[in-house]
Design a protein around this ligand. Structure first.
Ligand code: NAP
Length: 388
């Protein structure tokens, strides 16, 4: 039977018990928060009328989360197929009371499949995404391969569902791109403000978790932490060239010519595409921090029109998929542990920026589980829109 722990051991030289991807404990965790409006979810069991679904990259951090999210949201499906690399072919995976055998992803994998959830990396998406579409399969892609391609919808269901208007299982197949996780989390916190008064400038600083770099990075952080605590030094450096435990560093995405790295530029470009505007200035600094799961972001806004702090708090809190943790009296604001394994993004520290004139400067802090809302959950929500 598939276990991430044994699989990671097979995938790398790491001798760790790896990541606790199957922990149910945290999903029961509830923090004190005012809930936003509830989301639309489709409720159904395995059904003959449901679409045939496959997961490309099922053994990865996002792939494993797909399984949990599909089950938790009771996504309707008639058939389910588990795909990964050759290395994982033959591995058994339990899902919804049935045992599936993982298959090596190939062109034929998409025969008869209605919806493919892709999380096997950009090169696999580029190669097999178009093949899947050719075979009549909708592709919901988690990589950056197609995000900025004209005509490919880049969708956060709470923010711009209209971008995939008319797309429906049974109709003409297409690729739909899932935005970058940091972009999703930032726009969950700020779209209400953009809609209400417009945003002239957005400056984001991120604090990104190990989970954003995949299952192996999570395992490495855990391993290094053990080594530091037990032996006083880091011995394992396989994913990042420097120590990750008790450290932080500029995001590992490749650097671009303008001095921003690709993760930072994704936030700039994707935000404009999702909000369908070029009339905004955006800059980001993305940092990897030794948090296991859930990204945090500090966001500074210059607004086009005035908005009081109270009104900002009200409209952010009412946005679907957002909860507030903004308790100044107790100095209690969102933390990654609040968001881990949770559907919602949590926003707090909502305050006027005292360095900006009038009521046009606003600061806030957001955390979101980027494997979940930043990847698997957002993709499954997109798949739900394909069924409406
Ligand atoms: P991961 O934990 O490293 O998992 C990678 C997955 O891809 C594994 O299932 C792996 O299968 C599979 N794979 C690798 N090479 C393959 C091949 N040649 N053929 C078929 N399958 C192959 O990575 P991840 O974090 O889940 O990320 C996966 C994708 O989602 C990436 O494109 C990433 O950018 C994107 N994404 C990740 C996050 C996040 O928070 N982690 C957020 C948004 C988007 P094996 O186990 O067989 O090698």
């Amino acid at each position: 039977m598939f276990s991430v722990a044994s699989h990671l051991t097979a995938r790398s030289a790491m001798n760790d018990d790896a990541v606790a991807l199957n922990s149910k404990k945290s999903s029961k965790r509830r923090c004190k928060a005012s809930r936003g409006a509830s989301r639309t979810t489709i409720r159904a069991e395995k059904t003959k009328d449901g679409p045939s679904v496959c997961i490309a990259g099922v053994t990865g951090a996002v792939g494993q989360e797909f399984l949990r999210v599909l089950k938790q949201r009771n996504f309707p499906y008639s058939e389910m197929k588990m795909l990964a690399s050759k290395r994982s072919a033959g591995m058994k995976i339990e899902f919804d009371g049935e045992t599936y055998v993982t298959e090596e992803l190939c062109a034929e994998s998409f025969d008869g499949v209605d919806i493919a959830l892709f999380s096997a990396g950009g090169s696999i998406s580029k190669k097999f995404g178009p093949i899947a579409v050719e075979k009549g399969c909708f592709v919901v892609d988690n990589s950056s391969a197609f995000r900025m391609v004209e005509g490919v919808p880049l969708v956060i269901p709470e923010v711009n569902p209209e971008a995939m208007k008319g797309m429906k299982v049974g109709g003409k197949a297409a690729i739909i791109a899932n935005p970058n996780c940091s972009t999703i989390i930032a726009l969950m916190a700020t779209t209400a403000i953009q809609r209400k008064v417009g945003i002239e400038r957005m400056v984001v600083s991120t604090y990104q978790a190990a989970s954003g770099a995949g299952a192996l990075a999570m395992a490495e952080l855990k391993q290094q932490t053990k080594e530091l605590v037990n032996d006083g030094e880091i011995k394992t450096k396989e994913i990042f060239p420097w120590g990750y435990a008790f450290n932080l560093f500029s995001h590992n995405a490749p650097m671009t010519e303008n001095g921003y790295n690709e993760e930072e530029m994704k936030m700039v470009k994707e935000t404009k595409k999702i909000w369908n505007t070029t009339d905004i200035s955006i800059a980001a600094t993305c940092i990897r921090v030794p948090v296991m799961r859930a990204h945090a972001e500090s966001i500074n806004l210059t607004l086009k029109n005035e908005l009081s702090e109270a009104d900002a708090r009200k409209i952010i809190g009412e946005f679907p998929g957002v909860s507030l943790i903004d308790d100044r009296a107790n100095n209690r604001f969102p933390m990654p542990t609040d968001a881990s394994d949770q559907d919602d993004c949590y926003v707090g520290r909502i305050r006027r920026d005292i360095s900006q004139k009038n009521n046009k400067g606003l600061e806030l802090f957001v955390v979101g589980d980027q494997i979940r809302k930043g990847a698997a959950q957002n993709a499954v929500q997109i798949a739900e829109l394909l069924l409406k």
